[in-house]
Design a protein around this ligand. Structure first.
Ligand SMILES: [Zn+2]
Length: 312
């Protein structure tokens, strides 16, 4: 049987995403400022262990450990030449983490980490080329989708979408990082992009799923507002990955302050609003995803939708 494309599968029932990778890598021993993507080659077993825990908790979609896997980001660590291998390994590890479970591997492209001319030092051609190389490696290794995530500008997002298209990605997800404004009345990206504008832009440029992740003070309630705003302008499916609350420093360690019990309270409203994939971003853990799984299963059962069988 041919596996359904991700964008088709989520029209039948919502799927559960995964939780944070970066903060989990730190727990596994990655030092702040070091290259977590390099671990796909040097410590694949540690990346695999993290993703296995998400699968055991009930994740049906895994993002590859390739957030900083563009040549420009890797170059900061002297790893630019290994870009294709690092991204390919990221897909293979995520696939391996699913074992016999039939999950979706989402190739992760994060921001290139700088500014383009005339504001910064990078040319559009450099960024385009870096994204094209990364997308080609992810799709070539068999990713079911490509997500261009934590985006704040439509210019950079478009380069990512076009790179994924050129690579032949079967599904393209655009994901914006919103910040709540100081007065708390609304949210937009750092570059001033509103959710309606982002969703219309993504749909016009051929993305299959509109998404949001990370951001500042974007809790589950704000994520719900974002889903509603997306839904007001597009019929494309919506993916949501909020942070586990806000980071704060405790004994020189970054702690996120929303427990699984707190965060999961916002899940049913998100599902009722029509969120098609729900996961979580920075600070979330397998325990958050396990709590999501339990509540999502109850929601699906109440709706008479067959609950997937997971091995755990
Ligand atoms: Zn995040």
């Amino acid at each position: 049987m041919v596996k359904k494309r991700l964008q088709d599968a989520i029209r039948e029932r919502p799927l559960l995403g995964d939780g944070a990778m970066g903060t989990q890598l730190m727990i596994a021993g990655l030092e702040q400022g070091n290259c977590g993507e390099e671990w796909n080659l040097t410590h694949p077993e540690r990346v695999l262990a993290i993703q296995r825990r998400y699968v055991e908790a009930g994740s049906e979609c895994l993002l590859t450990n390739t957030f900083g896997g563009s040549r420009i980001m890797l170059n900061r660590h002297g790893n630019a030449a290994q870009g294709p291998e690092i991204n390919q390994a990221g897909v293979e590890i995520a696939r391996q983490a699913f074992g016999n479970n039939d999950g979706y591997v989402i190739g992760d492209i994060g921001p290139f980490g700088g500014l383009m001319e005339p504001f910064g030092e990078f040319t559009e051609a450099q960024v385009r080329s870096a994204f094209e190389e990364q997308a080609a490696a992810l799709v070539g290794a068999g990713a079911d989708a490509v997500i261009i995530e934590t985006q704040t500008s439509l210019e950079e997002l478009l380069l990512g979408i076009e790179a994924a298209q050129k690579a032949g990605a079967p599904c393209i997800i655009g994901s914006m990082a919103y910040d709540v404004t100081l007065d708390g009345s609304t949210f937009r990206t750092m570059m001033g992009v509103e959710p309606e504008k982002a969703a219309e832009f993504m749909e016009a440029h051929g993305a299959h799923i509109v998404a949001l992740n990370c951001g500042t003070r974007m809790d589950m309630q704000r994520a719900l507002a974002a889903v509603e705003r997306y839904r007001s302008v597009t019929r494309l499916p919506v993916m949501v990955q909020p942070n586990a609350g806000q980071p704060r420093l405790e004994n020189m360690k970054v702690i996120y302050d929303e427990s699984p019990q707190q965060m999961v309270l916002g899940l049913v409203p998100l599902l009722e609003a029509g969120a098609n994939i729900v996961g979580a971003c920075c600070g979330s853990t397998p325990d958050h995803i396990r709590a999501f799984r339990r509540v999502m299963d109850e929601f699906l059962e109440a709706k008479g939708i067959e609950v997937a069988q997971h091995e755990s």
